[in-house]
Ligand binder design. Structure first.
Ligand code: AMP
Length: 235
């Protein structure tokens, strides 16, 4: 395969990220989006933007998000599908936060089969509970949803406290990033999302990545993983 063919395959990759809240999925997806130009579909971001904009379906989801619970499958699948069917997802994309239950994974499989767009790679970012609590409770996000830059109060603070380096907007803490709600999100993750990891492991497509390292080390592994899947012709 020529270098150009491989680059083209990487630019068309269909990537799925799995991992607990705070495992660094969003950060890595943003880097990959910037590097490969693939649309980044984060259901968490889609819901938060939709709530800000007063979209009825997203407002319906708010009470679940506020409690750290999952939004019901039929509601989240219709919200996801609306975004997924937009023309920019016709070739490659990065999925972050969907699917989170086995029925969602089965719905996604059905959509991808119909569109003849099989996933290129599935990454599972592994991080232990203690690090998750530390990362999520110190996380700060830009209040400008078009910017979406993310910081950590200790590990990657902004240059000026409380202000986004990128766009100058005020930084805020997500309402579901406090210890109580994160603990609930972790419980829900173990009960409902861990089986999705097994679902993709059983299909033989899962790549397990140690998410407790530096962003750069993880990113290098991800690019290597995408390159090898692209070389293998996708799955
Ligand atoms: P995230 O930003 O990915 O941590 O998502 C924030 C919240 O949005 C989650 O705690 C859920 O309440 C909701 N959510 C996001 N994606 C899904 C999904 N695929 N299924 C159900 N709920 C979701």
């Amino acid at each position: 395969m020529s270098d150009q063919t491989m680059i083209n395959k990487m630019l068309d990759a269909r990537i799925l990220f799995l991992g607990p809240p705070g495992s660094g999925k969003g950060t890595q997806c943003k880097h990959l989006h910037a590097e490969l130009g693939l649309p980044h579909l984060s259901t968490g971001d889609i819901l938060r933007h939709g709530i800000e904009e007063g979209k009825p379906a997203c407002l319906q989801a708010k009470s679940y998000i506020d409690k750290g619970n999952l939004v019901p499958d039929n509601l989240i699948t219709s919200i996801f599908k609306e975004r997924f069917m937009m023309p920019d997802c016709g070739h490659g994309f990065i999925l972050d936060g969907y699917p989170r239950t086995v029925p969602q994974a089965e719905s996604l499989d059905g959509m991808l089969k119909e569109l003849r767009l099989p996933l290129t790679c599935v990454f599972y970012l592994m991080v232990d509970d203690q690090l998750i609590i530390e990362r999520t409770t110190g996380r700060l996000s830009c209040s400008n949803s078009k910017c979406g830059a993310v910081y950590h109060i200790k590990n990657s603070p902004p240059q000026v406290a409380g202000i986004c380096d990128v766009c100058g907007s005020v930084l805020k803490q997500r309402s579901d990033d406090n210890v109580e709600i994160v603990t609930e999100r972790l419980k829900v993750y173990k009960e409902q999302t861990a089986p999705v990891i097994q679902y993709y492991r059983d299909k033989g497509v899962l790549q397990e990545i140690n998410g407790a390292r530096s962003q750069e080390e993880i990113y290098t592994d991800l690019i290597g993983g995408i390159r090898s899947c692209a070389t293998a012709g996708g799955r």
